[in-house]
Design a protein. Structure first.
Length: 921
């Protein structure tokens, strides 16, 4: 459970700056409707605790494992788990039987367990039944000692115990209320299965499970497999026995219990697999779009893999107030705001997000579930692969959505993160529980996906798919590693595996410098590589990859494309398909590469000529991202980038327009000096104002989905960055009207309307929004209301908003949004930071487990040395105590350092540009 998005740029394919950001936590892919850009992923809490807590055990006992269970002593063969689970109870009872195979003789056994109280444990070895005495329960582990050494050979461990059903965390077994009903769900990735049963809680132990649940007679229970038998036990309860699972690691086991309504979504795939959607009582109508789309997504996945959907059924479960989604085999869970929408409140953005998330989770049924990574250091094989596949499926399913253009932002976002010296490698060795938490980051998800895309482009999609199919066929029902994947992919071409490894095993982004020199006989391109490092970075630039560089240039009346594997610091290439000097050259053809490009001489201007018409939409998005990055490393003066942006800001493509905001906006208010604000506002107004007003706040009959999707982003920038008083007056009256009647504002504009009104709102409006949030029954509307409370700018109102976090007025999983949006705004970020400092202990008491690890995010917008030192002093020893905390803090501090250096170098160029802009326009 990590988060991090902290990149400062939005990288969701759907939207850009200030609107939404995707968070990936523990295998959960999340779109959160906060209007902040930088944010930590505060949605999911880990219940995994740190190692090394004091404990005692018998003197002759071995010490507990440091990180992993000893691999050479004993392994599970099969589990049988029996649990009694009643929603609204804070505990559950259970029995687990584990068939074990001992490789050697031992009197001891270590398993993973957490927050479990063992009542009784025995070991059946041959014909004998031995006591298994609990000798130690340090965090994460439980140790047993047998009356005599057992093994080698087989034995059965039986443990009966009690555990917790959390109301605070969304890890382990937890419960959430919807309406007046409690529902129980599970979330075991990465390491929370140990809160449900003592087990070998590592992905490499992949064996069959058989689950039996005792539940209330009138309730439904779902798990990974179909129900094998159901027996009434005449005490108001029933016993549900589920069929044996295929081999699964512990983190993919799941169940749900409650008064669900079950929607039959028909069948899918070559095996006619039954698809159902489980929703909280009364919400069947909201599953309409998921019901219509799931079977088609599974079909498309089957076609790609060439392997039928691997499991006997597919249930999709809606989990209220849950921020993500999880690929449990045969029983996928999704946050209710991802999978459900009232038909009259549904939006194109929600539907597109749903299809992408569903494609990601369902891709995992093969990549992650059918073939599982051997250990967490290869998490990219699950997550990067699922992200890459989700993009592919969305493009195939709905080519008219233009996802191909927007998806470039995922690569771009990963490259921003990868510019930090504190960035992880895709394959980073796991040395502590912190490393497991940090493994679920943007590098794993988006860099992993970008690398797959790059090598697919380089190898060609057919050859690539053949390699992928070979890999899944060979390792089905088993575990695999990066080496296994690369061997299957590369076939007999060793260059592919070695080139791919240069990106997996070292951090950073290559910066490719391009120079074109022509003579009478030939056109020569010089390519060179070094690590891209922003201004102020302590990293060293010399670093070498084997980079697949693909070039595109005009040839005769058409165009040519050629690719090279750049494995030297620099190399000259004679263009093979032309002898004349090309009028332009694209050095990242179709934006397929994971690298940034620096064009020499006139090459950049040649591409931007005539509104960059030679570039594809993907190439435009990549080029704008590269231009923004080149201002970060000082190769492009910010003033020059601002002068070039208008060429692209008038583009017909929504994604291209939105991408220019990465260059043109200053959402954290760190760069534009107060005396130049009016010129700056005019600049933004000139770029976006006319289009924003044309679109207006309300949808026009018959308008395109692109216009609908662009509206919120453009109005947000013109109202809140260009400070257009007319627009925020309109937003305020719309917000007031919406508070009375939700029908007067389109659902996809509600957040922008509320946020804009709040930014300019007074105490009376604050009180109204707060009161409305309290009365609101709809989860989505309530989240939007709460989020807007964090945007009021007056200090006393902001303080009142923060105090909500300390009260029990709202679920903390929703009210955290107040802090998330407030830290981003120049007027409230100090107040947000001070609030966290002053109330640290109280907040830690209220937050779900391990949210503390993400809290340095409140200093993400700082851009001066004094605040940087203050944040370092405060968080060191506090946030660093929580899972994944140390790296989160070091990344935040590095970002502040980079901002300081950036401001010092680029602010003068910005000032010159705005002064001139004021005179000329
Ligand atoms: Zn995933």
């Amino acid at each position: 459970m990590t988060w991090y998005t902290q990149t400062g740029v939005e990288y969701s394919p759907l939207s850009s700056s200030n609107q939404k950001f995707r968070m990936t936590i523990a295998g959960e892919d999340i779109m959160q409707p906060f209007s902040g850009t930088f944010t930590a992923a505060l949605i999911v809490a880990s219940s995994v605790a740190m190692l090394g807590v004091a404990h005692t055990w018998a003197d002759d006992s071995p010490p507990p494992p440091k990180l992993r269970l000893p691999a050479d002593v004993v392994a599970p063969v099969r589990y049988r788990v029996e649990l009694t689970v009643i929603p609204d109870q804070d505990t559950f009872s259970g029995t687990v039987e584990i068939d074990l195979r001992f490789a050697k003789s031992t009197p001891f056994l270590w398993l993973n367990a957490e927050k479990l109280t063992v009542k009784e444990a025995t070991l059946k070895a041959e014909t004998e039944k031995l006591d298994a005495k609990v000798i130690a329960e340090p965090k994460n582990y439980i140790g047993f000692r047998f009356a005599r050494p057992v093994g080698p050979g087989e034995a059965i461990l039986q443990v009966s115990y009690q555990g917790e059903i959390s109301r605070k965390d969304t890890r382990g077994i937890f419960q959430i209320k919807d309406g007046d009903q409690w529902y129980v769900y599970t979330q075991f990735e990465e390491t929370s299965a140990r809160q449900a049963f003592p087990c070998f809680d590592e992905p490499g132990y992949k064996v069959p499970w058989q689950l039996t649940l005792h539940v209330k007679k009138n309730q439904e229970a779902l798990s990974n497999t179909p129900i094998a038998s159901e027996t009434d036990t005449h005490d108001g309860m029933k016993t549900i026995k589920f069929a044996d699972t295929k081999p699964l690691p512990s983190y993919l086991v799941a169940f749900s219990v409650g008064d669900f309504e079950i929607v039959d979504a028909g069948t899918t795939g070559k095996k006619n697999t039954r698809v159902r959607i489980a929703v909280p009582r009364g919400r069947t109508a909201e599953a309409k779009y998921a019901d219509e789309t799931t079977p088609a997504i599974v079909d498309l996945l089957e076609n790609y893999f060439g392997i039928p959907y691997p499991y006997d059924k597919l249930d999709e479960v809606a989990v209220p107030l849950f921020g993500g989604a999880m690929e449990n085999a045969g029983q996928v869970t999704y946050g209710s705001s991802i999978i459900l929408a009232k038909p009259d409140q549904d939006t194109p953005q929600r539907q597109r997000n749903w299809v992408w998330v569903a494609a990601h989770e369902l891709a995992h049924q093969w990549s992650g579930d059918l073939v599982t990574t051997a250990w967490w250091d290869d998490t990219w094989l699950n997550e990067g692969f699922a992200n890459w596949m989700a993009d592919k499926i969305v493009n195939e399913y709905h080519p008219e959505w233009g996802w191909k253009v927007g998806e470039v932002n995922s690569t771009q976002g990963a490259m921003v993160n990868d510019g930090l010296v504190s960035a992880r490698r895709v394959r980073q060795s796991i040395e502590s529980p912190d490393d497991i938490a940090n493994a679920f980051d943007q590098i794993t998800y988006d860099k992993g996906a970008a690398l797959l895309y790059m090598f697919e482009s380089f190898m060609g999609p057919e050859r690539f798919r053949e390699g992928v199919r070979n890999y899944f066929a060979k390792y089905a029902w088993k575990n695999a590693t990066s080496a296994d994947f690369l061997a299957a992919l590369a076939g007999d071409n060793p260059d592919i595996a070695s080139a791919f490894s240069t990106f997996l095993d070292q951090p950073g982004v290559p910066l490719i410098t391009v120079n074109l020199e022509c003579n009478k006989k030939a056109a020569n391109v010089e390519l060179s590589q070094q690590r891209f490092l922003p201004l102020g970075s302590p990293g060293a630039a010399p670093q070498r990859w084997k980079v697949p560089v693909c070039l595109r240039y005009p040839e005769g009346s058409g165009e040519a494309r050629e690719c090279v594997l750049l494995d030297q610091p620099s190399r000259q290439i004679m263009l093979s398909k032309t002898t004349s000097c090309p009028a332009w050259i694209v050095a990242n053809a179709d934006a397929g590469g994971y690298y940034r490009v620096l064009y020499h001489g006139e090459l950049l201007n040649n591409l931007l000529k005539d509104d960059a018409r030679v570039l594809s939409g993907r190439e435009k998005v990549a080029l704008i991202g590269d231009m923004a990055a080149l201002t970060l490393n000082g190769k492009l003066p910010l003033g020059t980038a601002l002068a070039l942006a208008p060429n692209l800001a008038r583009d017909s493509s929504r994604q291209v327009i939105v991408k220019t905001m990465e260059i043109t906006t200053d959402p954290k208010g760190n760069l534009v000096p107060p005396d130049l604000l009016s010129q700056y506002h005019r600049y933004l107004e000139d770029l976006y104002g006319q289009r924003a007003r044309q679109l207006g706040w309300k949808a026009k009959p018959g308008e395109s989905e692109d216009d609908r999707l662009l509206r919120a982003q453009l109005l947000d920038v013109v109202a809140n960055q260009a400070e257009d008083p007319e627009l925020f007056a309109q937003a305020k009256s719309l917000a007031l009207a919406w508070l009375d009647d939700h029908k007067v504002v389109a659902p996809d504009m509600v957040a922008t309307v509320l946020n804009t009104a709040a930014r300019h709102g007074d105490e009376a409006l604050f009180d109204r929004v707060r009161a409305a949030a309290k009365l609101e029954k709809d989860e989505d509307s309530q989240s939007k209301l709460l989020s807007s409370l964090g945007l009021f700018q007056q200090p006393q109102i902001a303080k009142a908003a923060f105090s909500i976090l300390l009260s029990d007025e709202f679920n903390i999983r929703q009210s955290i949004a107040i802090l998330v949006v407030a830290h981003d705004s120049p007027k409230t970020r100090d107040l947000a930071y001070d609030f966290v400092k002053q109330n640290w202990d109280a907040l830690m008491g209220k937050f779900p487990t391990d949210w503390g690890a993400f809290m340095p995010f409140v200093s993400n917008s700082f851009c001066d040395e004094q605040r940087r030192h203050d944040a370092a002093d405060f968080f060191e020893g506090r946030s660093t105590k929580y899972m994944g905390g140390p790296r989160n803090l070091s990344q935040t501090l590095e970002r502040i350092d980079l901002c300081v250096a950036y401001k010092k170098t680029q602010q003068p160029s910005l000032i010159r540009f705005l002064e001139r802009y004021g005179k000329e326009n």
